[in-house]
Write a protein that binds this ligand. Structure first.
Ligand code: HEC
Ligand code: HEC
Length: 379
């Protein structure tokens, strides 16, 4: 099957036939041309195109530029080294990064729960008050172009130091934390070795980010299918994949290697939890169209991290698919890319079966032994 470039003039795309139109309508166009917005009518037309189980297996490129994950790149100012990753791992698991020595990153981003916490909304520092938002996984975040549900952090380095200081998360005073860690000889030494200086907040962020860049999952059944093993998916899962890329319109937003367009959309998720009206991306841009818009999350490994959405309001993947099937919520600001899908009960089951194939091998992370304050005095 021929692939379509988003730069071709429209009349030529039309001439390339209905299946090509589908590619344009459901993702390829959006991904390659950046800001181009798919017109909902084109999407609706493309949804009528039939891909059969036979044609699916012959497609060498899937709509929405779906593809296996590439290798992680580290930024020039924070190259990944084995020692830095080891240090970052210690910091990620160390509760002493919090104001009361009790909350580590791993408390909420728990490796045993897909690096999330299984709660609708996390419990915050101290008195365990519910936070406003659900804890996203930190798996594969190296492929996010912005961090947090509202994208308020541009880099992983910048993101990592935010929860340490956030009053409702780890509640640490940066200066005090630097002093605390510098007083632990092994940390002092390790920072010296990795960064050539004592512990600083900036370097804490860099080390944690380097560790997080190793938290990549691989080889899900879907990845194996894309790499050419046409038996990696069952017939039901393939039916689900066809729905995902056509009738259900999911690749309008969940596209590319990490199944996200890295953009923000209001899909009409109803409010839940302490935040009565979480304005999402609007808080960052103050632009009307961003009201209650949230980042399209990657849905790789999605079976591992229920409940779902920025506020954890949907308990299961069945509920998620029901939600999309009925056309999202009733927010007046809802994206035109969300509309009633008309999926049958069987189709809904097929789609969920496909979503389960996105779970890959988890990175193996052993608990580190943390540096202790007490050392033998030198004689
Ligand atoms: C009290 C629970 C809690 C702790 C502790 C915590 N986080 Fe989070 N984390 C969250 C929540 C909730 C969010 C979503 C917040 C938002 O988007 O506004 C989040 C978001 C993130 C994200 C963004 C992921 C994405 O897909 O956008 C990263 C990365 C992250 N945390 C890493 C860390 C690191 C590193 C630490 C330790 C320094 C840490 N977290 C400590 C709860 C926690
Ligand atoms: C208009 C863009 C768009 C389309 C189309 C779309 N999604 Fe989403 N998806 C999002 C956004 C944005 C969120 C987060 C919304 C929120 O929390 O408010 C999300 C959240 C999800 C989640 C929960 C992820 C998590 O970590 O909690 C799943 C699962 C999901 N989508 C699957 C699908 C499926 C299946 C389809 C097709 C039926 C689909 N999406 C269509 C943008 C989209």
């Amino acid at each position: 099957m021929q692939s379509v470039s988003g730069r071709r003039p429209f009349y030529r795309i039309m001439a390339m036939g209905l299946v090509s139109l589908l590619l344009v309508g459901l993702g390829a166009f959006t991904v390659q041309s950046g800001e181009k917005i798919v017109h909902p009518d084109a999407v609706k037309k493309a949804r009528r195109v039939l891909i059969t189980l036979d044609t699916l297996d012959t497609m060498d490129r899937l709509p929405g530029d779906l593809s296996p994950l590439p290798k992680v790149k580290s930024p020039r100012d924070n190259p990944t080294t084995a020692e830095k990753v080891e240090l970052g791992k210690m910091l990620f698991f160390d509760p002493r990064l919090s104001g009361n020595d009790h909350w580590a990153c791993s408390t909420c981003h728990n490796p045993s729960l897909g690096f999330s916490d299984g709660l609708p909304r996390s419990l915050g520092f101290g008195d365990e008050q519910e936070l406003d938002r659900h804890t996203p996984t930190v798996l594969n975040i190296a492929f996010n172009s912005l961090q947090f549900w509202d994208g308020r952090a541009a880099t992983m380095e910048e993101q990592a130091v935010a929860p340490i200081q956030a009053e409702r998360e780890m509640n640490s005073n940066p200066k005090k934390l630097e002093r605390k860690l510098n007083a632990i000889p092994e940390y002092k030494e390790r920072f010296k070795k990795v960064f050539g200086r004592r512990v600083t907040m900036e370097n804490i962020g860099k080390a944690i980010a380097a560790f997080e860049r190793t938290l990549v999952t691989g080889d899900s059944p879907f990845d194996r299918y894309m790499k050419g093993d046409k038996n990696a998916l069952t017939v039901q899962e393939k039916r689900g994949l066809i729905l995902f890329i056509s009738k259900a319109g999911c690749t309008q937003c969940h596209n590319g290697e990490n199944l996200t367009d890295n953009k923000f959309h209001n899909i009409g998720v109803p409010p839940a939890g302490p935040a009565k009206d979480d304005l999402g991306r609007y808080n960052v841009t103050k632009s009307e169209v961003d009201k209650r818009a949230f980042k399209t999350p990657s849905i790789r490994n999605i079976s591992m991290t229920p409940p779902y959405m920025h506020n954890g309001v949907l308990a299961t993947l069945d509920e998620v698919v029901d939600f999309y099937n009925k056309g999202g919520g009733d927010d007046p600001n809802q994206s035109p890319k969300i509309f009633k899908l008309g999926l049958t009960r069987q189709e809904k089951r097929d789609l969920v079966a496909f979503l389960m194939t996105l779970t890959g091998d988890m990175p193996i992370v052993s608990y580190p032994q943390l540096p202790q304050v007490a050392t033998l005095s030198k004689r």
